[in-house]
Write a protein that binds this ligand. Structure first.
Ligand SMILES: CC(C)[C@H](C(=O)O)[C@@H](O)C(=O)O
Ligand code: SF4
Length: 477
């Protein structure tokens, strides 16, 4: 019999019952909660006279709706939008009522759900992790089985600690070779999506492997798994190794003492067996990847920075031609325009894809000693959590950004999506380190270009896209 993939192992360890219709009941170890997808779930519990079944598996924080300006220190009343305020308040009330651990808006541990749980050690190798949020795939970076769920499933998990799920197929994305300097995890995942498309991973759990992935920090692995959902795979995975274990050790929720030793021993098995068989295999050569920039209205509409946006006339497939035409129109770009000719109105460094300490360091390295271009209206840096913010401040990164003319904000989802005051105005182009560039994602009529933190900082200081490596060489000279 063939060996098992990491996904097979995680699945087998959590399958409670297989049903005749091919679906299964799986056990959930960690449930993360935010204010947008939980209110109806709690309400449903209440209507059914149920209570959360295993309180200590839940961890909550408000992130999507919170303002990121200093006024928020004034508390919930400082949230101007009524719906936003109500969602945050409802989360607080539900967590208080049921005794669920919540890092409230002004708690230093607050932040984006997918940043805070790993940071606290609440995401551990071998776990099943769910959250009413599609980017829960992020947590797969630890060798955990993690994916987003809908609001009715949030209720189900709260009530039963189980989820009805169907086993997916196995996909391997192998990235071998040395990543060039200045090219990052974000560029790897954008290149993967550019290659396989946003439906490429449909129905699969996507494991990322190969020497380029092994070389990445946990921050980089999280960036990659975060965007597996943009490649169509609800689950992204990276095998557990020494990098994972070093990251987890000593974090508040990580096991301690004898338990830690036992855990580390058990986690050694969280790899795909050598003879495991994958349904689909995709291979990339890391040394060939260049800094990526999305030009269109889907993450698969992405190119290397030295390329030109497509010409619809050159596309034979009529459906594809139509979608290129629509995207160019929405984005205000002309056929064959060089990516480096795209000028930016705003720059956003943040989101659950790229708001961890390593991301901020990479952006600060480029911002250091430079100034945000006069033509850029606003450049904001939004740390993924209060703890990331504090660490960045200890390292002096806030000063580098402020001196360069960036704004330094409080943690939250911010400009990643238009659910809080940080938004684009219609027609504006934004270099954004987030993960989605759909029409209106950052504000009605807004034009999002997905890039790495270093590329976003480079765009901020030059006013247009530029291969960040030119600035790295420039500063070294
Ligand atoms: C609001 C939430 C349900 C949504 C998601 O599921 O991903 C959001 O986080 C997003 O990034 O679009
Ligand atoms: S940062 Fe963006 S992608 Fe991540 S959870 Fe928030 S809204 Fe969703």
């Amino acid at each position: 019999m063939a060996g098992k993939t990491l996904y097979d192992k995680l699945w087998d360890a959590h399958e409670v019952k297989r049903r005749d219709d091919g679906s299964s009941l799986i056990y959930i170890d960690r449930h993360i909660i935010h204010e947008v997808t939980s209110p109806q779930a709690f309400e449903g519990l209440r209507l059914a006279s149920r209570k959360p079944w295993r309180i200590d598996t839940n961890i909550a924080t408000p992130d999507h709706n919170v303002p990121t300006t200093p006024e928020r220190k004034g508390g919930i009343e400082a949230i101007a939008d009524e719906v936003s305020r109500l969602q945050v308040q409802t989360l607080d009330e539900n967590c208080d009522e049921y005794g669920i651990v919540e890092f409230k808006m002004n708690d230093e541990r607050q932040g984006i759900v997918h940043v805070i749980s790993p940071e606290q050690g609440a995401t551990l190798p071998g776990m099943t992790v769910v959250c009413g949020d599609s980017h829960t795939s992020t947590h797969g970076a630890f060798g955990a089985l993690a994916h987003g769920i809908g609001t009715s499933e949030v209720e189900h998990v709260l009530a039963t600690q189980c989820l009805v799920a169907k086993k997916m197929k196995n996909m391997l994305v192998r990235v071998e070779g040395q990543l060039p300097a200045g090219v990052t995890a974000k560029d790897i995942v954008l290149a993967v999506i550019g290659k396989i498309g946003t439906a490429g991973g449909n129905g699969h759990a996507m494991e990322f492997a190969g020497s380029a992935i092994r070389e990445l920090s946990m921050e980089g692995r999280m960036t990659i798994c975060n965007m597996s959902i943009e490649a169509g795979a609800r689950v992204g995975l990276v095998a557990t190794d020494a990098t994972t274990i070093a990251y987890v050790e000593g974090r508040p929720y990580a096991p301690k003492g004898e338990q830690w030793k036992l855990a580390v021993e058990a986690w050694k098995d969280l790899v795909s067996d050598d003879d495991a068989v994958f349904d689909t295999v995709v291979e990339l050569d890391a040394s060939q990847i260049k800094p990526q920039v999305s030009w269109g209205t889907s993450p698969e509409m992405v190119l290397a920075v030295d390329q030109r946006v497509p010409d619809p006339a050159a596309e034979a497939d009529l459906i594809k031609r139509g979608s290129i035409e629509r995207a160019l129109k929405y984005m205000g770009l002309s056929a064959n325009q060089a990516i480096t000719d795209i000028r930016l109105d705003r720059v956003f460094i943040g989101s659950c894809t790229n708001s961890r300490i390593e991301d901020l360091r990479a952006a600060a390295e480029i911002a250091k000693g430079r100034k945000v271009a006069a033509s850029v209206k606003q450049a904001i840096v939004v740390p993924g959590s209060g703890l990331v913010k504090a660490q960045a401040e200890r390292e002096g990164l806030d000063k580098i950004f402020l001196e360069a003319g960036f704004e330094w904000r409080e943690p939250g989802c911010s400009m990643c999506l238009a659910m809080n005051p940080d938004r684009l105005e219609s027609g504006e182009h934004c270099a954004s380190t987030s993960n989605r560039n759909f029409e209106g994602r950052q504000g009605a009529g807004g034009r999002t270009h997905l890039v790495s933190p270093a590329m976003a900082a480079a765009a901020a200081v030059t006013g247009h896209f530029i291969d960040v490596r030119e600035l790295i060489q420039g500063s070294a000279a």
